[in-house]
Design a protein around this ligand. Structure first.
Ligand code: HEM
Ligand code: HEM
Length: 163
């Protein structure tokens, strides 16, 4: 993996498309929960575009994250900002990799529940959403802290591409 001065256009687009898809997954989850409750009681669920959008939106997140990880390993990513305290670097590392793990495990657990009827996977899916919410909140606050307090230019890395 090579060291870069910034993210590529594709890496930046993928970051924002995936972020938008995840927000949509959270906003439109109610129908999925209702459908799942019906299935758990042994009923059948009629086709609903909102349920389909959760299923396909979630699978899209999985595929796009895999693409993003391939790019990350092949192309590389920028180093942490100069003068960033070691503790902040470590925290960023942990949060980024935990987010990657959740972006893979949430769709996989959802698929195991929806397509294979694994109840434990639905429970794991429900628990993981809390971790996802907390980590995304920390990630956003950290980005804003970097931009407005440390003035390290990190936020602009996800706006302005570099070769
Ligand atoms: C990154 C991708 C995904 C995110 C962020 C996400 C998010 C969510 C959220 C917030 C809920 C509501 C949980 C609750 O309030 O109980 C939910 C429920 C559910 N989702 Fe997803 N989801 C994703 C992918 C998927 C996929 C790909 C599938 C299936 C193919 C799926 C199937 C389900 C099912 C069956 C439920 C209802 C059971 C439960 O509450 O755990 N999800 N999802
Ligand atoms: C669901 C929402 C989001 C998820 C899952 C997410 C996930 C990630 C991940 C995994 C990385 C690490 C990239 C890498 O080094 O491979 C990253 C980087 C970044 N994200 Fe997000 N992100 C989200 C939303 C946001 C938002 C709303 C902002 C702005 C407020 C933001 C700002 C950034 C910035 C500036 C970086 C670059 C950090 C650096 O250069 O070290 N992200 N994001």
């Amino acid at each position: 993996m090579s060291v870069r001065t910034g993210f590529s256009v594709t890496q930046i687009r993928l970051h924002w498309i995936i972020a938008a898809l995840i927000v949509i997954q959270f906003v439109f989850h109610e129908w999925m929960v209702e459908a799942w409750e019906i299935i758990e009681k042994g009923g059948t669920v009629a086709y609903s575009p909102l349920v389909a959008s959760h299923v396909f939106g979630g699978i899209a997140v999985l595929l796009l994250v895999l693409w993003r990880l391939v790019l990350r390993f092949r192309r590389g990513v920028p180093l942490p900002p100069e003068n960033e305290p070691a503790l902040l670097q470590l925290m960023a590392h942990i949060v980024h990799w935990s987010l990657y793990a959740l972006m893979i495990l949430m769709p996989l657990s959802g698929m195991a529940a929806w397509f294979l009827g694994v109840e434990a996977a639905a429970e794991a899916h429900e628990i993981m959403r809390i971790f996802m919410l907390v980590l995304v909140a920390i990630h956003i606050l950290a980005s804003l802290f970097h931009h407005f307090v440390l003035k390290s230019g990190v936020l602009l890395r996800m706006k302005n591409p570099s070769e």
